[in-house]
Design a protein around this ligand. Sequence first.
Ligand code: NAD
Length: 360
Amino acid sequence: MTSSFHITLLPGDGIGPEIMAMAVDVLNTVGSQMDLAFEFETALIGGAAIDETGEPLPEATLKTCKASDAVLLAAIGGYKWDGLPRHQRPETGLLGLRAGLELFANLRPATILPQLIDASSLKREVVEGVDIMVVRELTGGIYFGAPKGIFATETGQQRGVNTMAYTDSEIDRIGKVAFETAQKRKGQLCSVDKANVLEVSQLWRDRITALAADYPDVALSHLYVDNAAMQLIRWPKQFDTIVTGNLFGDILSDAAAMLTGSIGMLPSASLGASGPGVYEPVHGSAPDIAGQDKANPLAQVLSAAMMLRYGLEQPAAADRIEQAVTTVLDQGYRTSDIMAENMTQVGCKAMGEALLRALA
Ligand code: NAD
């Protein structure tokens, strides 16, 4: 029986429409092979939405997203809109989308593909086989805690304040996403905190430890954040799934991503408790190469694979797309951002066509 899915597409700005077109072709091909029907609806966000409606996230876009099974986003932003006031900037549309869909969990994989090992700044033996998923809490912690601000003190000094706070329910909901993610991977979860110094981290550790009883198939470990940063660089292969708060996750997910050495290859997912998640490449809209058929579409295509795996419960279709990416790299196809000696340089469209051939 055919399974049907309603997907909102948000191509956005810059290279967004070019890479989105490739991802849609790939999804349609995999869909026809695996009895999955995708109904796509394209909506406006970012600069494209500002030009059309005056707002970076029109009400109609949020409504369309909320009514869909998943949202596939490309990228937003560009020089043209950089001078606008903050509330009208393309980035404000993205933050509004995350808030509107209550996306509290950010999943950022850092996978080293064997064909791209030399793009990493670390030694081959250290990064070969690295396959990490960082699950970062996205809507709590020190970025949102109160009080916050810069206050005058009685001695006439200024005092800057932010508050790192988590409630047990906030920890539990990100913890559940992390355990379930680990279940879909190798079943190892490392929780990162600073429980030796911070009370908020002690509560984090207590709640994550308590949750472990519900997931007997997941092996839980804990690391302090300073040690985790060191271990990520020293021997990243020891990690499978990492769960951590907003601040630590912001830093560690970028460090983990850079193990792979290539921004045009990195997908991500942002999930809420229920309702659709948003799947998007880590990179931006690359206005410097927009409209020139130079963009690497693989992060977008891998974001579509994450959508199938984490949003639509279609792991076999996700495997198929990830395998096609491996195949085209094995065949030597490279866009300019990942070009290496003796490889075949292709543009965005030709990379997309190579993917479709690999799927066939
Ligand atoms: P960027 O990621 O767009 O580009 C950084 C560099 O990487 C550029 O040289 C670009 O050409 C290259 N690059 C990025 N993606 C590529 C791809 N798929 N293929 C080949 N090369 C690629 O970051 P930036 O230049 O700092 O930002 C450009 C715009 O994107 C800004 O307006 C910024 O606000 C926005 N941005 C959006 C998002 C998002 O939509 N989530 C994220 C980051 C930046």
